[in-house]
Design a protein around this ligand. Structure first.
Ligand SMILES: [Cu+2]
Length: 356
């Protein structure tokens, strides 16, 4: 078939591209993903996991769909909740894995071991070009279903009316085909996905149409019974970090909000939390991004106790880590924007942090 000439050329191009890299590059990338999933720190001689796996476990405990589903709603929830009751939205570990496969190392911008072989997954503009995108999103979908089973939500998803994160133009970004300033519901159209014509009129799929994967979409995940009906333990933290005041327009591409802590007796500060911001290369040129310039995130600070804050023994700071300095405001040598950090302890008490 003559049309196949394109796929033959594409295959040859892919092969030539891949031949530039040794098998070692793939091994390094695999190791990088494992590092994100297993990262831990030692506090008082004991290991404290502060990794993406903990986020995956914790998100399953989110008490309602709205805060489970996205970082903006979770941020609003955590702004008024005590840190032990803070939620982790599924979007947070989802973003981590995009950056991990995209070559970001935990908390650093050191791409040297796999220079040029970093995946497309790390940026919104290109993530869907990597076949692993579909495996990743399948896993996200599986976690979503597991959450639905645990929270009696297989047939209905509650979207809290007019909650932050549910508007067509708030920090979650505009919704395709929906005008600005509209509150989204379970019946909002999911453009461009069209339903089979009913009465000769095409209509768009809504969330209500695709809530139950088994009865409405006709597929299942084979999960071990223990996996289905036993939640991994929730790993609460006494202390949380609220990070605000970053304008996405000032950064080209995805970046990390890295929280550090210096414990008494330690020579160096440790990375205690990483929040990944999955972005795109040309934010100011992206119409969809204009309403989402303000990045706000919460991060649980495992390993830090309320008493550490009260005694002032542990020093907490935050930095924005970009791909390289050329990606800061698009200018070589420009400094990364400085976020505002608030460290929150028991009863919502605020301890000022330090941005650096
Ligand atoms: Cu994704």
């Amino acid at each position: 078939m003559s049309a196949n000439i394109f796929s033959i050329v594409a295959e040859a191009n892919s092969k030539a591209h891949n031949e530039q890299y040794s098998a070692e590059a793939a091994e390094l990338l695999n190791k990088n993903v494992k590092d994100w999933l297993n990262y831990e720190i030692i506090v008082d001689g004991k290991p404290v996991p502060t990794n993406t796996r903990v986020k995956f476990d914790n998100c399953l405990h989110a008490p309602n769909y709205t805060v489970f589903s996205n970082t903006t709603s979770a941020q609003a929830w955590n702004d008024i909740a005590d840190p032990p009751n803070h939620v982790v939205p599924l979007e947070s570990p989802h973003n981590d894995m995009h950056l991990a496969v995209g070559g970001f190392q935990v908390g650093t911008d050191d791409f040297s071991p796999i220079s040029g072989a970093n995946g497309d997954m790390g940026e919104n503009d290109t993530a869907g070009l990597d076949p692993i995108f579909f495996f990743h999103h399948c896993e996200i979908d599986r976690y979503f279903w597991r959450w639905q089973l645990e929270h009696n939500s297989t047939d209905y998803l509650e979207i809290i009316p007019e909650y932050p994160g549910t508007n067509s133009v708030d920090s979650q970004g505009p919704t395709a085909g929906v005008p600005g300033g509209i509150w989204l519901t379970i019946d909002s159209e999911l453009q461009p996905f069209v339903k089979p014509d009913q009465d000769g009129k095409p209509s768009y799929v809504t969330s209500r149409d695709v809530t139950n994967i088994e009865t409405q979409l006709g597929y299942v995940y084979e999960m071990p019974p223990a996996f289905l009906h036993t939640l991994p333990p929730r790993q609460a933290a006494e202390v949380s970090a609220s990070i605000k005041g970053i304008n996405k327009n000032e950064i080209a591409g995805s970046h990390q909000l890295v929280v550090y802590a210096k414990f008494p007796g330690d020579k160096n500060r440790k990375i205690v939390a990483v929040e990944s911001v999955l972005s795109r290369w040309h934010v100011s040129g992206c119409k969809n991004c204009q309403s989402t310039q303000d990045v706000q995130r919460h991060a649980l600070l495992h390993g830090i106790k309320n008493e550490d804050l009260e005694s002032g023994n542990v020093e907490v700071s935050v930095e924005v880590v970009t791909r390289s300095e050329t990606h800061r405001r698009g200018k070589l040598g420009a400094t990364a924007p400085t976020p505002r950090l608030e460290v929150i302890g028991k009863g919502g008490r605020s301890f000022s942090g330090r941005s650096s």
